[in-house]
Design a protein around this ligand. Structure first.
Ligand SMILES: [Fe+2]
Length: 322
């Protein structure tokens, strides 16, 4: 018998199986990995025992996860959808992105960010191909916690087209559309031309859609625009702004709405000088939202785009605030 094996019991029962598995993983040398693995095992076993999972149900779960994996590509991320629809993404967001009072709150990143969004000038139109939507100017400032404007902050912005689809879900999935990167001017101001965001269903032609259907849920997300806002020396914020008039604000399929992120999309008849300069010729909307960034507490405190942020999260380390 190998050394150290003498205490392993062979007559495993449903009462002691969890302890046996925990013992097997208890020697994990990385302390954080050990903590995560032991807790995962405890909770997984408790869940299976709680619902007395049958083998058929267990196999169905394997099939669901397999189907989810097969649906994933560079344009579709079914596992993020699962995480979002089960509220896990928001729990992680709430725990990992605690911010000081007054800082712009974060919310889910979602599965639809893509690389390669063009950097556009102030007022640049990120909806140039969307002829159905109501022209909308989104403006505001990026400021620090003292309200001081931040020049050169980067806003990485994306939203659906008026048909409710992200570019990757539409006819020409390789074409980038409804995406742009904008920088603030010397007074911290930004200006984006787009179209009014619409509510839309998260993709429901896969396992997540089947789950929502089977459980009586709906797949809709309230109208919103995605942002990752970053600036040198500040903590980046991944967030949305939501349309106050949207009927799904109280039942977002991914639980991402926070009151502080809701803003008014104000209707106008004739374009004013600013709107005219940006090519708006008829009725349009304006929305105003200021982003207030907290000082950096991690190595991510720099000007980044959303993809760089995700990549950097893998090597996140705490550092002294600026
Ligand atoms: Fe979205």
């Amino acid at each position: 018998m190998p050394d150290g094996q003498a205490d392993l019991r062979r007559n495993t029962t449903e009462d002691d199986i969890t302890e046996s598995v925990l013992r097997r993983f208890a020697g994990t040398s990385d302390p954080r990995l050990r903590q995560i693995m032991l807790s995962l095992i405890k909770h997984l076993h408790a869940f299976v025992k709680d619902v007395a999972l049958t083998e058929a149900e267990w196999f169905k779960a394997i099939e669901i996860l397999t189907d989810a994996g097969k649906m994933c590509s560079d344009k579709r991320q079914e596992f993020i959808l699962f995480s979002d629809a089960l509220g896990v993404s928001m729990v992680v967001d709430l725990l990992d992105h605690r911010k000081p009072d007054g800082a712009t709150e974060s919310t889910v990143f979602g599965p639809f960010h893509r690389l390669g969004a063009p950097e556009l000038p102030p007022g640049g139109n990120m909806a140039h191909r969307d002829t159905e939507g109501v022209p909308t100017l989104v403006s505001g400032r990026v400021v620090d916690m003292a309200g001081k404007p931040i020049a050169g902050a980067l806003l990485d912005v994306w939203q659906t087209q008026t048909n409710g689809l992200y570019d990757a879900q539409d006819e020409n999935p390789d074409d980038l559309h409804m995406r742009g990167k904008f920088r603030t001017d010397s007074e911290g101001r930004y200006l984006i031309r787009t179209v009014r965001p619409v509510h839309y269903p998260i993709p429901s032609d896969g396992p997540v859609g089947q789950m929502l259907k089977a459980t009586g849920g709906h797949p809709y997300r309230p109208a919103h625009i995605h942002f990752v806002v970053s600036a040198e020396g500040c903590e980046p914020v991944t967030t949305h702004i939501f349309d106050r008039d949207d009927p799904y604000l109280a039942s977002d399929a991914v639980f991402a709405v926070k009151d502080s992120l809701i803003c008014d999309f104000v209707q106008h008849g004739e374009p004013d000088a600013t709107a005219r300069d940006l090519g708006v010729t008829g009725p349009y909307l304006t929305a105003s939202f200021d982003f207030r960034l907290a000082p950096a507490t991690t190595e991510l405190g720099t000007v980044i785009d959303a993809a760089a942020r995700l990549a950097a999260l893998g090597r996140q380390e705490k550092r002294t605030a600026c």
